[in-house]
Ligand binder design. Structure first.
Ligand code: WT7
Length: 632
């Protein structure tokens, strides 16, 4: 199948795509240009076709007689909160909510911001957007008011869908208050969110009642209850925008990654089916948050397109106890389970006793995503969770790739702990050296993809030039992933991590430039440089070098204050692990910070600093070593 997908893409993709409903057929299956010298970079799949991904996720299955199949077993933060929703119930709710959005003035092409916890209303809202051709822009519920407002403004979303709040373990996340602050920030910056729809999730359990602004805020359930039942899916072009999702790069502000209805549909459905070896009646559980791409592709779209039954979980793995995932697996007899290495490592710490409390024998496929998985965690996952029987699929991909691009297929690809193994159908990876020369055989270098695939991002929202510069300028004629990879003698890929200034903390991707600019907005900070450091649980941690303004006391309370500042500017998940006060940074004579040196010092590798003679002031190196905070 792989060979056909590369050599003969038309007969490969045609029957796969024909499983879906296309109101009008495509004229060209695929056309793309990766070469900037030959004209603008452009990527098109199923061009000329009309379809709607929401129709394919819901109506198609209901019309085929599967309306009573469970779409989601939803499980709340409290184990007693459980709900089941079928495909026909989803279809009814989505139609009503699509009518709600229309009544709020949303038309095809208008973006809708969604800032919600992991509740079914979130999926209803996203599919309702898709149904009427309004791109959704989901902002992860862990982002701060500042980050939320920037994303609302960049996408110019005049409608925001949110919730009163959510509990994560015993901690209350006050989503609506954060949303209120964000909407205020937008207003002072000249942009108004005119309607805010609030899902009542925490209700009476919340520490205070929800603040509703007259004329702007309305309750989700009230609007839904009075909306018309029917709202036929709008037929959109295969290449019309389905959603944007902000992600971090090595420079500048986060960018809105754009995916479209047709190609993303075919890609997420196909990768879901093959990577998890999905069969009807399987139960699948992905622990990601829909606020990130994993949740978009593998909680919402991929499973729904396959008419699959999924578990959707609002809580955290350690509440009420650290066996929560395993209890869920046992309760619903989950067959495929998908999580991140950081979660595996943190649950491993609680010992085998936790999983041993439960019958996990239903598990057949175990997925990993978000960062390289260390062999030790891989083996624990395989042996203890999978009872040495389940296949582990280490899925390598990115927000930009829409779905898996390098992954084993269960029962098919021989597994090697720590390797993402072989390319998915239609993916032609290559390893290049610095000069852009392709390396053959066993090699290590920059990972690129040479041909387009259906789920590839199409552009950066509102900035096609940035799209071309970010992904197609370093090496001409290929999509640059930003990751390094090593290819072994069996052709297996081992991802070695980012080659740019992007770090991955607990599977959350962030740009060091973005963290630095957030740090320097603090009035006491003159300059900052941030690097990733190896972290036992989180994969990478954040080491922040900070130069304060003259006269500022650099004590423990200042450290706390700066950490708090980053939480407010970005979100709690971006809190630095180390604040390292210094009077200077290693710069070249032209003023460029030598990050290599900062990394070495933060990694305790000062024995291999390399050449420091080009530094404007080499004495700063010793100061940095001496002032390095003790490891916790
Ligand atoms: C970056 C993309 C893919 C969905 C979640 C993250 C790293 C992702 C793996 C893996 C090694 C991985 C890469 C990639 N990454 N999966 N299996 N092995 N590294 O999406 O936020 O867009 O981050 O995550 O560095 O570039 P994202």
């Amino acid at each position: 199948m792989y060979e056909q997908s590369i050599n003969d893409p038309v007969p490969f993709w045609t029957p796969i795509a024909k499983q879906f409903h296309w109101e009008e057929p495509w004229t060209t299956l695929h056309a793309s240009n990766f070469d900037r010298n030959a004209g603008p970079v452009s990527i098109k799949w199923f061009d000329g076709a009309k379809t709607n991904i929401c129709y394919n996720c819901l109506d198609r299955h209901v019309l085929n007689g599967h309306g009573d199949r469970v779409a989601f077993f939803w499980f709340g933060n409290e184990p007693a909160d459980a709900r089941t929703v079928t495909y026909s119930q989803m279809l009814e709710r989505v139609q009503r909510f699509a009518n709600v959005l229309k009544a709020l003035g949303i038309k095809k092409g208008d973006t809708v911001a969604i800032y919600m916890p992991m509740i079914v209303d979130l999926v209803v809202a996203m599919l309702a957007c898709a149904r009427i051709g309004a791109p959704h822009s989901i902002i992860f519920g862990g982002f701060s008011a500042e980050a939320l407002s920037e994303r609302i403004m960049d996408a110019r979303s005049s409608v925001l869908v949110t919730a009163d709040g959510a509990f994560r373990g015993t901690k209350f996340i006050d989503l609506k208050s954060i949303a209120d602050t964000a909407m205020e920030k937008c207003k002072t910056r000249g942009f108004e969110v005119t309607h805010c729809v609030v899902s009542l999730n925490s209700g009476d359990k919340a520490p205070h009642s929800v603040n509703m602004v007259q004329g702007r805020d309305q309750f989700f359930h009230e609007l839904e209850a009075t909306a018309e039942l029917e709202c036929p899916a709008l037929w959109v072009d295969a290449e019309d925008i389905l959603f944007l999702l902000y992600t971090s790069g090595s420079t500048g502000r986060p960018k809105g990654v754009v995916h479209t209805h047709g190609g993303y549909m075919v890609w997420t459905a196909t990768t879901f089916k093959y990577t998890f070896d999905y069969h009807p009646s399987d139960v699948y559980f992905c622990t990601a948050d829909i606020g990130w791409i994993t949740g978009h592709s593998y909680i919402a779209y991929g499973p729904l397109l396959n008419c699959a039954t999924s578990v959707m979980f609002e809580g955290i793995p350690t509440y009420p106890e650290a066996d929560r995932y395993w209890a869920i697996v046992e309760k619903y007899k989950v067959n495929s389970f998908y999580t991140a290495p950081t979660a595996i490592r943190s649950l491993q710490r609680f010992g085998e006793e936790m999983p041993k409390r439960h019958d996990l024998s239903s598990l057949r496929v175990l997925g990993s995503v978000g960062e390289p998985i260390n062999p030790e965690a891989w083996i624990w996952y395989h042996d203890v969770i999978g009872n040495k029987r389940a296949s582990v699929v280490d899925t390598y991909w990115q927000t930009e790739t829409g779905g898996h691009v390098i992954t084993p297929l269960p029962g098919c690809t021989p597994m090697k702990p720590g390797s993402a193994s072989l390319p998915m159908f239609g993916i032609v990876p290559a390893i290049l050296d610095k000069a852009g020369e392709e390396l053959s055989g066993k090699a290590e270098g920059y990972l690129v993809i040479k041909q387009s695939w259906p789920g590839q991002m199409r552009t950066v929202f509102g900035n096609h030039e940035r799209f071309e510069l970010t992904y197609f300028s370093q090496f001409s004629g290929a999509y640059c992933t930003g990751d390094g990879a090593h290819r072994d003698e069996h052709g297996y890929s081992w991802i070695t991590g980012r080659t740019d200034d992007v770090i991955t903390v607990s599977g959350h991707r962030m740009g060091t430039a973005e963290l630095e600019s957030a740090m320097t907005t603090h009035p006491d900070v003159a300059e900052s440089a941030i690097v990733g450091v190896p972290h036992e649980i989180k994969g990478e941690g954040i080491h922040a070098y900070v130069i304060t303004n003259p006269g500022v006391e650099t004590d423990v309370s200042k450290e706390k204050e700066l950490k708090m500042h980053i939480r407010q500017e970005i979100g709690a998940f971006a809190t630095p692990d180390v604040i390292h006060f210094t009077s200077g940074l290693p710069k070249t004579r032209s003023g460029k910070i030598m990050r290599r040196i900062l990394r070495k010092i933060a990694h305790y590798e000062e024995d291999s600093l390399g050449d420091i003679s080009t530094l404007a002031d080499p004495s700063v190196v010793q100061e940095l070593i001496d002032s390095r905070p003790k490891l916790q």
